[in-house]
Design a protein around this ligand. Structure first.
Ligand code: AMP
Length: 397
C-alpha cells in the first residue's frame, strides 16, 4: 500500500477525504475535536513538505443543502487545531471550487462544503466522483477511516480517477489498518476478545470471524443473555433475541470445535426496572427471577474477566458490559477498561474501539495506556468481520 511517506508533496496539491463529522452544540461550536486532531498528522505532513491541501468531508445527515450542516461551522476549531488559516469554499464541486484550488499556494488549506449536500455522494455516483477528481488536485488521499466501509463517491469511487502513484493512505487510515491487523492477524497469543453491546444480531459477523483468530472470547452486555438462555439458564426479563438462540448454540459449538474458550457472565447485577434508580441484586447467571433483568456483570464475572485479560498478550475490546449510561450499571464496563489498562502496562497489545468502550476508556483516563484506540465504529466492526473495506480496496487497486 502507498503511504504518505512515499510521497514528497512539494508544490503539489492533495485532495484529502477526512472525517470531520464532529458533534456541534446549538451555537454550532465543535464539542469534541477528536476527529479533527486525528486528521492533523496527515495535513501537517503535506504542508511541511511544501504542498497544499484540499479537505473534504461529510457532516451529519443533511437532506440536500442545509446551513445547519455546513462545514463552515468547523473552520474556527480547525484553524485552532492546525494553528493556520483555513479558507472555506461554499461548494464541493464546480467552477468556484476549481478556481479556489487553482489559487491555492504551498502551505494553503482549503475546506470544501459538506459533501452530503449532494445526494450523489452517498450513492457513490461516478459523475460526482469524477467532478471531485477534476478539481485540480495532484493526489487523492483517504484519511477517513470512519467512512472507509462505505462505497461513497469521495471515499471509494473517486480513487479510480487517480493512478496508483497518485493516491495513498493518510496516516490515520494507515494506522487504523495496521493496528487492527496487528491485533487480529499478528497478535501474540493468548489473544482475547471482549465483545459486548446490546444485541448478538449486530455482531454475528464479528463473533464468527473472531472464532478463527482468538483463544478467548468474552461475551458480555445485552447479547450475553441470548447465549445464557441458549445454555438453558433462566434470564427473567433480560434483553434477549429469541430468534438468535439457535445461532448462539451454533457459535458455542463452533467455538468448542475450534478450541476457543468462551467466557460468559457467571453472576449479574439485576434490576427490577430499566432505570438508574431501580432496586438491584447480585445473582448467579443461571437464575434471574421473572420481573428482573440483568443490566451489568457481577463481581465474580469481573474477577474472572480480569484474570483472563491479565493472562493475555493481545486484547481486543468492543462494546459495553452493561447499561453503562446508568452509573449504577457502569462498573462492569469500567472494570474491563481498567483491566485492559493494567494488562497493557505489563506489555499486552490492546485495541479498543466503538463509541461506548472508547468513552469508558476516556472517562477513566486510560487513553495513554491502551495500545490503540480506533476512531471507527462501523468501519472497525467490518474490519473485525474480516471484510475488505471499499475505501481501503480502492486505494490498492
Ligand atoms: P452496541 O451499540 O450494540 O454496542 O450496544 C450498546 C448498548 O448496549 C448500550 O447503549 C448499552 O446500554 C446496551 N446494553 C448493554 N448491556 C445491556 C443490558 N444488559 N441490557 C440492555 N441493554 C444493554
Amino acid at each position: 500500500m502507498k503511504t504518505l511517506n512515499d510521497i514528497n508533496f512539494k508544490n503539489k496539491k492533495a485532495l484529502i477525504r477526512v472525517d470531520f463529522n464532529v458533534p456541534l452544540n446549538e451555537n454550532f461550536q465543535v464539542t469534541d475535536n477528536t476527529r479533527i486532531l486525528a486528521a492533523k498528522p496527515t495535513i501537517e505532513k503535506i504542508l511541511n513538505d511544501g504542498g497544499s491541501v484540499i479537505l473534504m468531508s461529510h457532516l451529519g445527515r443533511p437532506k440536500g443543502k442545509d446551513a445547519k450542516f455546513s462545514l463552515k461551522h468547523i473552520v474556527p476549531e480547525l484553524e485552532k487545531v492546525l494553528g493556520r488559516k483555513v479558507e472555506f469554499v461554499p461548494d464541493s464541486i464546480g467552477h468556484q471550487v476549481q478556481e479556489a484550488v487553482k489559487n491555492l499556494k504551498p502551505g494553503g488549506i482549503l475546506l470544501l462544503e459538506n459533501l452530503r449536500f449532494y445526494p450523489e455522494e452517498k450513492k457513490g455516483d461516478a459523475n460526482f466522483a469524477k467532478a471531485l477528481a477534476d478539481l485540480g488536485a495532484d493526489y487523492y488521499i483517504n484519511d477517513a477511516f470512519g467512512t472507509a466501509h462505505r462505497a461513497h463517491a469521495s471515499t471509494a469511487v473517486i480513487a479510480q480517477y487517480f493512478d496508483r502513484d497518485h493516491k495513498a493512505f493518510g496516516q490515520l487510515l494507515e494506522k487504523e489498518v495496521t493496528s487492527i491487523q496487528k491485533a487480529l492477524d499478528e497478535g501474540q497469543k493468548p489473544v482475547t476478545a471482549i465483545i459486548g453491546g446490546a444485541k448478538v444480531s449486530s455482531k454475528i459477523g464479528v463473533i464468527e470471524n473472531l472464532l478463527n483468530k482468538v483463544d478467548n472470547l468474552i461475551i458480555v452486555g445485552g447479547m450475553a443473555y441470548t447465549f445464557l438462555k441458549a445454555l438453558g439458564n433462566k434470564i427473567g426479563d433480560s434483553i434477549v433475541e429469541d430468534d438468535k438462540i439457535d445461532l448462539a448454540k451454533k457459535i458455542l459449538k463452533e467455538a468448542a470445535e475450534k478450541g476457543v474458550k468462551v467466557i460468559l457472565p457467571v453472576d449479574l447485577v439485576i434490576a427490577d426496572k430499566f432505570s438508574n434508580d431501580a432496586q438491584t441484586k447480585i445473582v448467579s447467571a443461571t437464575d434471574i427471577p421473572d420481573g428482573w433483568q440483568g443490566l451489568d456483570i457481577g463481581p465474580k464475572t469481573r474477577q474472572l474477566i480480569d484474570t483472563v485479560i491479565q493472562n493475555s498478550k493481545t486484547i481486543i475490546w468492543n462494546g459495553p458490559a452493561g447499561v453503562f449510561e446508568f452509573d449504577k450499571f457502569a462498573t462492569g464496563t469500567e472494570n474491563i477498561g481498567l483491566s485492559i489498562g493494567k494488562a497493557s502496562e505489563k506489555g499486552a497489545y490492546s485495541l479498543v474501539g466503538g463509541g461506548d468502550s472508547v468513552a469508558a476508556v476516556k472517562k477513566l483516563g486510560l487513553t495513554d495506556k491502551i495500545s490503540y484506540i480506533s476512531t471507527g465504529g462501523g468501519a472497525l466492526l467490518e474490519m473485525l468481520e474480516g471484510k475488505q473495506l471499499p475505501g481501503i480496496a480502492a486505494l490498492t487497486h
